[in-house]
Design a protein around this ligand. Structure first.
Ligand code: UTP
Length: 219
């Protein structure tokens, strides 16, 4: 099975945790072809806000974010015994490297979106069987669970329902979005089977092995 994992930068902050991700990814790569797209986390956000205060344009801010996501990719790759130490800068390069390596880690590609969308595009490009959005919440909710007590977690959604939910949340300033709207639209147009879940190392293993956690998106 070919799987693309979007791994939020906030999940990659400690050596011990990075080692756990590496162990799980190596174990899974014995049976599956794995692609990981790493996010930028707090470091990217802080540097982007610093650059913005200094007058940088949004596209330059995005470029700073992309560089940080690539540094995170190199850090995770360093923890893997058999993954390329050259981080692919495009989907073409990632696919080429996947012919040699069972795990390929990359960061962002071009300005204008987050690594959720990069990972969704990569899933489209390599025709992945499964797209995993390993994030800091345990699934998709009807409303922001940090704000509303009535928020209900969905076990399952169609691609179209996901786009509707993300569109509503994105419209509110400052709301935390479980997946980037562009990523939701990409998985919708290509009907890519997706799971959005709390991205602990153990959960990645469980999801790939078919255990039901998080929210499954299927049409
Ligand atoms: P992230 O994917 O880390 O954004 O990319 P995020 O929303 O902060 O995600 P988490 O918190 O890690 O899950 C960091 C920034 O890099 C730029 C964007 O500005 C994004 O906000 N970026 C990243 C791009 O412009 N293009 C890419 O392909 C990837």
């Amino acid at each position: 099975m070919k799987t693309v994992i979007s791994l939020g930068g906030s999940l990659l902050q400690k050596v011990d945790i990075i080692k756990k991700y590496a162990d799980v990814l190596e174990e899974l790569s014995k049976m599956h072809k794995i692609f990981v797209v790493t996010g930028g986390g707090k470091v990217a956000r802080d540097l982007i806000s610093m650059a913005r205060s200094l007058g940088a344009s949004e596209v330059v801010c995005d470029t700073i974010g992309i560089e940080i996501t690539r540094i995170n990719a190199l850090i995770l790759s360093s923890a893997l015994k058999n993954a390329p130490k050259k981080i692919p800068r495009s989907f073409e390069e990632a696919e080429e490297l996947s012919k040699i390596y069972d795990i390929v880690v990359m960061g962002g590609t071009f300005p204008g979106h987050t690594t959720d969308a990069t990972a969704a595009l990569l899933a489209e490009y390599v025709k992945a069987d499964l797209f995993l959005n390993a994030t800091s919440v345990d699934g998709v909710y009807s409303e922001d669970p940090k704000v509303s007590k009535n928020a209900k977690k969905f076990e399952k959604l169609t691609h179209q329902q996901l786009v509707e939910i993300v569109s509503k949340t994105t419209a509110k300033a400052g709301a935390s979005v479980v997946i980037d709207l562009l990523a939701a639209k990409i998985i919708e147009r290509s009907k890519i089977k997706t799971v959005i879940f709390l991205g602990d190392p153990e959960n990645i293993k469980k999801v790939i092995e078919g255990e039901k956690i998080g929210t499954l998106i299927e049409s």
